[in-house]
Design a protein around this ligand. Structure first.
Ligand SMILES: Cc1cc2nc3c(=O)[nH]c(=O)nc-3n(C[C@H](O)[C@H](O)[C@H](O)COP(=O)(O)OP(=O)(O)OC[C@H]3O[C@@H](n4cnc5c(N)ncnc54)[C@H](O)[C@@H]3O)c2cc1C
Length: 400
């Protein structure tokens, strides 16, 4: 298993339970848990992961039941345009990673080990690691994320598409909030707040703290803002500006947007993230071409990259793992198993990439005149965006 993040840990567990001897090689020298922020999962998936023993019984997220679409109208809170039913739960990325990581014995999880290259052999795969080791295995699983080296070496290669816009992100502990009226507003209807403006929109929601298995846990405010990139920023490769690297000049673009387009109540909340805690990420996506090449299989972001609008990065990775688990119960032969996995996941993942593109086009690249829209306009516009396809996030689609 190359990559020990969400996809790597979940898939390692699946193969271990299927009777394989599994080793996970992770490039990072340190634990990953401190680096993530908020993610969203379908409630049904969360329950399935608990039921199947991937997450402990008391594992909990924060419930989300509604998305409030808000426009700046010079009032303090802004005007709510539409309330959309949602059924999902939010999680701390680090808590989810840790919950999956505990299943892998430390002797089989190797930090500071980067895959350098690999080649297929008649009876499996041979690969080289940065620590000088060379290994021969029956199956190599690429869980090495959105810039997968393994995928790039496959016959179809790797080509991510830059969407032309960026995502600002931040999160901080709830105790930082002095005027708690906005927290009460979100808690009252378990809602996620979306401010909409020309050329983008934002999301704000609560997530559990890192120790989400403890009643003492302090929640965090998680926010993200989609907008056009500053004109002086060159984004010719899918590389983020991580926390600690956003300078004052770059941060001033975010500040200008908050001043011009956000209701003060929500702008004040986001301003609680200082420059050094904010990150900027260009939005890319990538269709899956195939999920397997001989004895090498792709999972998670290594297989396909979806835009964050779909809130599906972790969901997709976990579904890859669960699909493999159910197929393992049906197939003894490894090659047949891999073919069945590839067939099952390809169309599901590409449908998500497609929805992400359509949402991005409607909600960032070509935003409507939001403030003139009635509830009916909103519903019709949203139905056109989805064009009959469903996304787990929205309650109306739960049975689809
Ligand atoms: C530290 C971290 C924090 C994240 N935080 C968030 C978040 O807050 N919100 C969110 O929505 N998404 C977050 N993501 C992305 C999210 O995890 C993925 O979109 C999704 O869960 C799919 O995960 P993945 O395991 O396929 O890929 P990733 O999570 O990207 O993991 C890929 C892993 O492979 C390792 N790797 C890469 N190349 C090599 C190599 N050559 N050899 C060995 N190891 C290699 C990387 O170090 C990484 O740990 C984060 C990813 C990481 C790594």
């Amino acid at each position: 298993m190359i990559g020990g993040s969400i996809a790597g840990c979940a898939t390692a567990r699946v193969f271990q339970r299927g009777g394989f001897e599994v080793d996970v090689y992770e490039r990072s020298a340190k634990d990953l848990e401190g680096r993530g922020a908020g993610i969203v999962l379908p409630i049904a998936l969360q329950n399935q992961l608990i039921q199947n023993g991937f997450l402990m019984k008391n594992y909990a997220g924060c419930a989300l039941q509604q998305r409030d679409w808000i426009v700046h109208d010079k009032s303090h809170e802004g005007r709510t345009l539409w309330q959309q039913a949602v059924a999902a739960s939010t999680h701390h990325w680090g808590a989810l990673w840790r919950a999956l990581r505990v299943h892998i014995d430390d002797d089989h999880y190797h930090n500071n080990c980067e895959l350098l290259d690999y080649h297929n052999t008649p009876d499996g795969v041979r690969f080289r690691l940065s620590n000088g080791q060379e290994q021969q295995v029956d199956l190599l699983v690429a869980a090495d994320g959105y810039r997968s080296k393994i995928r790039a070496c496959m016959p179809w290669g790797s080509e991510s598409d830059y969407a032309g816009y960026v995502l600002w992100r931040g999160n901080f502990e709830e105790s930082r909030v002095v005027d708690r009226s906005i927290i009460k507003r979100m808690d009252a209807s378990q809602s996620w707040l979306s401010v909409c403006y020309e050329g983008g929109h934002s999301v704000v929601y609560m997530i559990p703290g890192l120790a989400s298995d403890s009643a003492e846990t302090q929640r965090r405010v998680n926010w993200a803002i989609y907008t056009q990139p500053p004109v002086d920023l060159t984004l010719d490769e899918p590389k983020s500006v991580p926390e600690g690297c956003v300078d004052e000049a770059l941060y001033s673009h975010l500040r200008d947007l908050l001043n011009s387009s956000f209701p003060p109540q929500i702008a004040d909340l986001i301003r609680l993230s200082p420059c050094e805690e904010v990150s900027l990420q260009p939005i890319y996506d990538e269709l899956a071409v195939h999920f397997c090449d001989q004895r090498v299989m792709l999972v998670g972001d290594a297989a396909a990259v979806v835009r964050p609008h779909t809130a599906s990065g972790a969901t997709k990775a976990l579904e890859d793992a669960l699909t493999m688990e159910s197929l393992l119960a049906q197939h003894d032969d490894l090659d047949t198993l891999l073919e069945a996995y590839a067939q099952e996941r390809l169309s599901a993942c590409n449908a998500l990439v497609d929805i992400g593109r359509r949402i991005g086009k409607a909600q960032v690249e070509g935003t409507p005149d939001w403030s003139s829209m009635s509830v009916t306009d909103f519903e019709l516009w949203n139905a056109r965006v989805f064009d009959g396809q469903s996304l787990y996030l929205y309650a109306d689609d739960q049975d689809a």
